[in-house]
Design a protein around this ligand. Structure first.
Ligand code: FNR
Length: 374
């Protein structure tokens, strides 16, 4: 039944104590169609379910009475310091769930000293988002947390380059190029006032429903101008920032990206939203880690909902993780406050898990924390 979205809360109720609580609450704070768009996965949602089930299958072995003096979640990635190995994944159109949009999220990330990856499909300009992050950090006298820009390669290289140059000029510190959603079905009509403002002036190739006699996918401009590995090689030459390839699900593609000069990879099946039938991201990670063999750091997203999920991902070879949907849930429920609180919960859960597993540093988390021990 359609419902009217409740406005964001201005305080955090005491019963919001986990990311699952935010997810449950978020339903009431956005239109039903928006909720479905965010929650859903591709096809029969087999991959979407796997992303969570795989984490539930992984179990931990505690280590009691370890000395925890000096324990910290800090970590360094690509020369950048992170307060914890958790970033906000690139997620399109934050204004779908909150009028403050990505700027609001960026302020929360800055307050929690958490890295954020801003999507090509952001609903506010990448410059405004960077300014919001910087202003919030300055106001709180925090060091600026890493801010990365996610690029969807555009049909014209000149348009991709324009985005890269804007991101460099605005102070973004890494470029994340997403390779898994270049051919994707548009399933959601944006409400008035929510737009991909950063690429508004570029021609859109969004696939529209054709008549029964028209081309379905092959032969359409979407496919004819879809990017290839040559574009990644080209991008590597153009871009002075660290280049991170997102959407790696096969060891073969991982090696190709590394050979082309990627500085890091994000193992991701796009939160189960692109090709149904892919394994869970966390199930893919060990194979990619084995193939890449430490040449570049690996990040992971897809199904991260708690501190123990983070530990499991680190144990299997990730240097850091990203969270996608939870940031929209928290933004819808309580705006800046919600996103900051959600990140706080994740950090607190990570610290608790590390303490119970006897881990005082991110770098010492390895397979020995998993049950059964190897
Ligand atoms: C995404 N994701 C995504 N990825 C990307 O590279 N660019 C984008 O613009 C978007 N947009 C987007 C919108 C929505 C609504 C969702 C749910 C996801 C994918 C995202 O970065 C990430 O890979 C997944 O969301 C991770 O899975 P979880 O944390 O949502 O389970």
């Amino acid at each position: 039944m359609p419902h009217t979205a409740e406005p964001p809360l201005t305080t955090i109720p005491a019963d919001l104590t986990s990311l699952a609580d935010y997810e449950r609450r978020a339903v009431a704070h956005m239109p039903e169609a928006t909720w479905r768009h965010i929650a859903s996965g591709a096809g029969q949602e087999c991959t979407l379910r796997q992303n969570r089930l795989a984490f539930e299958r992984l179990l931990l072995e505690p280590r009691a009475l370890a000395c925890l003096q000096g324990a910290t979640t800090h970590t360094t990635l690509l020369g950048q310091r992170h307060a914890a190995p958790v970033l906000l994944a690139p997620v399109a159109y934050h204004r779908l769930v909150h009028p403050g949009g990505e700027c609001e999220t960026a302020r929360a990330a800055a307050a929690m000293q958490t890295g954020m990856v801003v999507s090509t499909l952001a609903s506010q300009t990448l410059e405004d988002i960077a300014r919001s992050a910087r202003a919030a950090a300055a106001e709180l006298r925090h060091d600026q947390a890493p801010l990365w820009f996610q690029l969807y390669l555009q049909p014209k290289r000149s348009h991709s380059l324009e985005l890269v140059r804007r991101a460099e000029a605005a102070g973004y510190q890494a470029l994340v190029v997403t390779i898994d959603a270049t051919v994707k079905r548009a399933r959601f009509a944006l409400p008035p006032g929510v737009e991909a403002v950063n690429i508004q002036s570029f021609p859109s190739l969004a696939q529209r429903p054709q008549g029964l006699a028209g081309p379905i996918l092959f032969g359409t401009p979407l496919v004819e101008s879809a990017p290839t590995w040559e574009d990644i090689a080209w991008l590597r030459q153009q871009c002075t920032l660290p280049l991170i390839v997102k959407g790696v699900v096969s060891p073969r593609d991982a090696m190709r990206a590394v050979e082309l000069g990627a500085d890091a990879l994000i193992v991701s099946n796009h939160g189960g939203r692109v090709l149904d039938g892919l394994p869970a991201a966390i199930d893919i990670l060990p194979r990619v880690a084995e193939t890449v063999a430490g040449r570049v750091p690996l990040l992971l997203d897809g199904g991260i909902r708690s501190g123990t999920d983070i530990v499991k991902a680190l144990a299997l070879g990730a240097s850091a993780v990203l969270v996608g949907r939870p940031q929209l849930h928290a933004l819808a429920v309580a705006g800046l406050l919600g996103v900051a609180h959600m990140l706080h919960l994740l950090r607190a859960e990570l610290e608790l898990a590390m303490a119970q597993l006897g881990c005082t540093r991110i770098a010492v988390i390895d397979r020995s924390v998993l049950w059964p021990p190897e």
